[in-house]
Design a binder for this molecule. Structure first.
Ligand SMILES: Cc1cc2nc3c(=O)[nH]c(=O)nc-3n(C[C@H](O)[C@H](O)[C@H](O)COP(=O)(O)OP(=O)(O)OC[C@H]3O[C@@H](n4cnc5c(N)ncnc54)[C@H](O)[C@@H]3O)c2cc1C
Ligand SMILES: NC(=O)c1ccc[n+]([C@@H]2O[C@H](COP(=O)([O-])OP(=O)(O)OC[C@H]3O[C@@H](n4cnc5c(N)ncnc54)[C@H](OP(=O)(O)O)[C@@H]3O)[C@@H](O)[C@H]2O)c1
Length: 267
């Protein structure tokens, strides 16, 4: 009697089963983890992967920005544990050795090559929207293409300002320094019970953009000619920031029309 082998839940043409290699907890809600990289996996900094976990009979899929540099042998992701979230609840038990499905293709259009010109690259992130910029800022081509790189990370509380050590060390990497760009790191908190830590801004990105505090802190004006802007994270922040930029004459990049900003909504 012949028995047919069980059909895999996911086509191996679509995704491969990779393995979690390390997990780092930044806070009780924020974590980064690494997985092995599917053979031949290609991505452009700023893109996201689609990850799958098997829960009972079902495979759940979610999008996660890749934070790693393209040259790294593994893939890294930066996540927040959403209370009651189907996928992230499952990741509570995440540990090295656990299997994780990774789709073989990378996705997304929030990449620096969307900009055909510009001098200053502004990267505006709320919460885990920081992730793609960790990858973009490790790309030597970005340090060559722009004169100034300005990262703005806005979180509820200061302990959520992840990746500080990596970020502050970037200008001392020879392959990045060779590009000649200057990096400015602006951090802002919105719910700290005490006053913001010295050097940090206080308030939402939208408020800091509207009242000029971001430009003052960077020492750079946001203009149609010079500024190119990427926004990632909370969709309401993106909608409101878009509106503020529109009022100042900046426009989104479209397929055939060069513009000044690109966005990635996380939900
Ligand atoms: C293109 C893209 C890239 C993404 N990249 C990341 C990433 O790098 N890191 C990451 O943590 N999430 C990312 N997300 C969100 C991620 O795909 C999941 O939605 C999230 O992890 C929650 O999954 P869940 O099943 O637990 O809850 P879901 O049912 O998917 O979400 C429940 C609710 O949680 C909130 N929420 C979801 N994601 C976030 C978030 N990141 N920060 C704050 N609130 C959130 C929203 O209110 C959402 O409606 C991305 C989403 C998209 C579309
Ligand atoms: N981070 C936590 O400690 C915490 C605690 C409990 C639950 N959660 C849950 O975890 C998930 C993720 O939370 P998160 O804090 O990473 O993401 P988030 O809610 O998107 O907040 C990240 C940052 O974005 C700001 N922001 C929110 N809406 C904005 C808007 N319209 N314009 C401009 N800025 C805006 C927030 O400011 P504001 O503070 O002003 O909103 C905060 O500084 C959510 O589902 C949340 O319910 C998080």
């Amino acid at each position: 009697m012949s028995s047919t082998p069980p059909k895999p839940a996911v086509s191996p043409l679509k995704a491969s089963t990779e393995s979690v290699t390390s997990v780092h907890h930044w806070t009780d809600k924020l974590l980064s983890f690494r997985s092995t990289r599917p053979a031949g996996y290609q991505f452009t900094p700023g893109q996201f992967a689609r990850l799958g976990v098997t829960v009972g009979e079902e495979v759940l899929w979610r999008a996660y920005s890749v934070t790693s540099a393209t040259s790294e042998p593994e893939l890294e992701y930066f996540l927040v544990q959403v209370p009651g979230g189907q996928f992230t609840e499952h990741l509570k038990s995440l540990q090295p050795g656990m299997p994780i499905l990774v789709e073989k293709f990378s996705y997304g259009f929030m990449t620096a090559d969307r900009f055909v010109d510009g001098e200053d690259l502004w990267m505006l992130a709320t919460g885990t929207g920081l992730g793609p910029f960790i990858s973009i800022l490790q790309d030597p081509a970005v340090w060559q293409k722009f004169r100034n790189l300005i990262l703005v990370h806005c979180v509820r509380n200061a302990d959520e300002l992840a990746y500080q050590e990596l970020l502050t060390s970037l200008p001392s990497r020879p392959e990045l320094a060779a590009g000649g760009a200057r990096l400015r790191l602006l951090r802002s908190t919105t719910r700290d019970v005490q006053a913001a830590a010295p050097g940090n801004l206080q308030g939402r990105i939208t408020a800091l953009l509207a009242n000029g505090a971001l430009e003052a802190a960077a020492g750079l004006d946001i203009t149609v000619e010079k500024s190119r802007i990427m926004m990632c994270g909370n969709p309401e922040m993106i909608t409101e920031t878009r509106e503020l930029l529109h009022q100042r004459g900046l426009r989104p990049c479209r397929r055939a029309v060069p513009g000044q900003f690109v966005t990635e909504d996380y939900w």
